[in-house]
Structures are given as structure tokens and as C-alpha cells.
Unconditional design. Structure first.
Length: 183
């Protein structure tokens, strides 16, 4: 059962990002990207954001942990397994080997508010770039908590581009088992 969601928890937003955690662990030539999202949809205006889309290619392994759907009382009403996901080619104007796991929740939702929670991990043995982070997905979406953490050795330099954000980035160097880790 999902905690911290009550029927009195009303928002005028179309959706509420209750919890979104992204963790990228970078090694010399590879990375692991962990995703956990819990989003409540108060109506069907942004329901397309509930669709689960996990991109991958021949250099990538996907570990699908779980995906759950909760009713307005926080009771689990559906659990999605990896075998329920569609494995389809990525849409592109160029020929590509990229693929995606996809699940469309539109047939599973018949009342609001509804909460979708998913958890998965992507391991890639190539390091060109890591997935980007958008703290706000779209208009009229409330964000309660969203974090993006990057763990790497200090000799790996991280370059980032800040767009239309007025946040200050915080870089912490921690000494863990004689290794410097940038967060």
C-alpha cells in the first residue's frame, strides 16, 4: 500500500511528482542509471506522462524492477511485469538500432486521482552522455521532490549545460574508502 497519499491531498495541478529520484553512477567507460518515479495524476490532462518508456540499444542492459498503479486510497490496483512491456523500435527518421520498452496505461485507468510508480535501472557499457534531468516535465505539474545525483571518481570531469533554470548546482566531494566521489 502506498503511504503519504490521502483523499484530502488535493492539488489544482494536473499531476503531482510525489517523488522522482535519478542516480547516475559513472565508471571509466560505462554508467548505471537508476530511476524511481512516483507521480499522481489528478485528471487525464497529462496522463500521457504515465506511459512507461525505457530506451535502450545494443550497448545497454535494462533491469526492470517494478511498475505499480495505485488508486486514490493508495491501494495497489495493478502491477506491471517486464513481460507486460512492449519491446518496439525507437521512432527516428534515420535507421537506428535503438529500441524501447513501452507500456501504455490508458486502458488501466478509469478513475482519478491515480498514482503511477516505477523503478528500473539502465546499465550501458558506453559512455557518451548520461540521461538529462528535467525538474519540471510540463506545464501545470507540481513537483514535491525531484533529485538527480551523479556519482563518479574525481578524475572524471562532468560537463553540464544549464537551460532556463535559476537553480544553483551543488557539488560535494566525499571521501569514501579512499576514493573521491563527486555528487
Amino acid at each position: 500500500m502506498l503511504k503519504n497519499i490521502t483523499t484530502s491531498d488535493r492539488s489544482i495541478a494536473d499531476a503531482v511528482v510525489e517523488d522522482a529520484n535519478y542516480l547516475a553512477t559513472i565508471n571509466k567507460d560505462s554508467y548505471t542509471y537508476y530511476v524511481h518515479e512516483k507521480i499522481r495524476f489528478n485528471n487525464d490532462n497529462k496522463i500521457e506522462l504515465a506511459n512507461l518508456v525505457i530506451g535502450y540499444d545494443k550497448y545497454t542492459d535494462v533491469k526492470f524492477n517494478y511498475c505499480k498503479l495505485y488508486n486514490k486510497f493508495g491501494q495497489e490496483i495493478k502491477r506491471i511485469k517486464k513481460s507486460d512491456l512492449e519491446d518496439i523500435a525507437s521512432m527516428s527518421e534515420f535507421a537506428t538500432d535503438s529500441r524501447m520498452y513501452f507500456y501504455d496505461f490508458s486502458n488501466d485507468i478509469n478513475q482519478f486521482p491515480i498514482t503511477v510508480e516505477f523503478d528500473y535501472e539502465i546499465k550501458s557499457n558506453k559512455l557518451v552522455n548520461i540521461p538529462s534531468w528535467n525538474r519540471v516535465f510540463d506545464y501545470n505539474i507540481e513537483v514535491k521532490k525531484s533529485t538527480y545525483s551523479i556519482i563518479c571518481k574525481s578524475e572524471n570531469s562532468i560537463r553540464f549545460l544549464r537551460k532556463t533554470m535559476h537553480l544553483k548546482f551543488q557539488k560535494k566531494l566525499l571521501k569514501i574508502k579512499h576514493n573521491l566521489v563527486g555528487l
